[in-house]
Design a protein around this ligand. Structure first.
Ligand code: DGT
Ligand code: MG
Ligand code: MG
Ligand code: MG
Ligand code: MG
Length: 253
């Protein structure tokens, strides 16, 4: 068929193929979730329903996209790591980012009621997204460590802050002042001495976020090996985690 005279506009589409042989990380983050969490009465500092919904949504994304090797979620964000050699959508950045974000966002709405039976979704949530490429395995490991260290810093702060406000009857302003300039040890001590809370006993999901991994397990009922997506709350800052999961890095060209 002859080309129409309009077809030249196709040439305005720019190539956005991602570099080969590098880790593709897609990170999504809820837009204005300080407000969204207030509007939907999220428990402070951690609402287990919200965390479980995020995990379930990420799980359903990974179920749909086999090329995603692992996921990591905390607060209102999720990171997805693709197989290093993936050729999904010919590694086109916009395709990858938009389909993942779209699937995630619509699933968040679709599964909302499963986790928030008593809380009506008041308006459609929005997630932003970005793609970052990491050339070396160590860069990827450090990325994951960075995100998990972030959970620890924020959660210790938030746990202490909300304990001071909700149990210590301080105003948010007073709590902020009390915590300004404190280090981790100080916060642990405030929690322990004044409120008899041992931070180490806080739920793993809040302290460490959630790692989603594919694991081959033997199904007795099916009498064969199947690949399952499992959620763990392991410490990625410890090198042992990366030793145990060294098979993540077997995907070579
Ligand atoms: P952004 O991402 O720049 O559009 O702005 P935000 O407001 O989404 O800020 P961000 O992503 O840095 O921080 C996440 C916010 O979500 C933070 O204000 C606390 C809130 N949030 C996330 N999970 C929970 C939860 O389980 N409970 C409560 N109360 N708040 C949560
Ligand atoms: Mg932000
Ligand atoms: Mg956000
Ligand atoms: Mg965030
Ligand atoms: Mg189409």
């Amino acid at each position: 068929m002859a080309k129409s005279s309009f077809e030249y506009v196709k040439n305005f589409e720019l190539d956005d193929t991602l570099l080969p042989n590098s880790w593709i990380v897609v990170r999504l983050d809820g837009k204005c979730f300080h407000k969204f969490s207030d509007d939907h009465k999220f428990a402070k500092p951690n609402d287990i329903r919200a965390l479980r919904l995020m995990n379930y949504v990420a799980f359903s994304v990974m179920k749909d996209f086999n090329e995603i090797l692992m996921g990591f979620g905390q607060s209102d964000e999720y990171s997805f790591v693709f197989k290093k050699q993936t050729t999904l959508y010919k590694r086109r950045a916009a395709k990858l980012l938009t389909v993942i974000n779209s699937k995630f966002s619509s699933s968040y709405v679709y599964y909302w009621r499963k986790f928030f039976a008593d809380e009506k979704l008041r308006y459609p949530p929005t997630f932003d997204g970005r793609i970052v490429l990491y050339p070396s395995d160590q860069n990827l490991i450090d990325y994951m460590k960075w995100r998990q260290a972030d959970v620890h810093i924020n959660n210790l702060y938030n746990t202490t802050f909300w304990t001071l406000v909700l149990q210590g009857n301080l105003t948010p302003n007073q709590a902020e002042k009390k915590l300004s300039g404190t280090v981790s040890a100080d916060k642990n001590e405030i929690l322990f001495k004044d409120f008899n809370i041992n931070y180490n006993n806080e739920p793993e999901i809040s302290k460490r976020g959630t790692i989603l991994l594919r694991k081959t397990v033997n199904s007795e009922s099916l009498n064969k090996n199947i690949t399952a997506i499992v959620d763990v709350h392991d410490d990625m800052l410890k090198d042992n985690f990366w030793k145990v999961h060294s098979s993540l890095f077997l995907d070579r060209p």
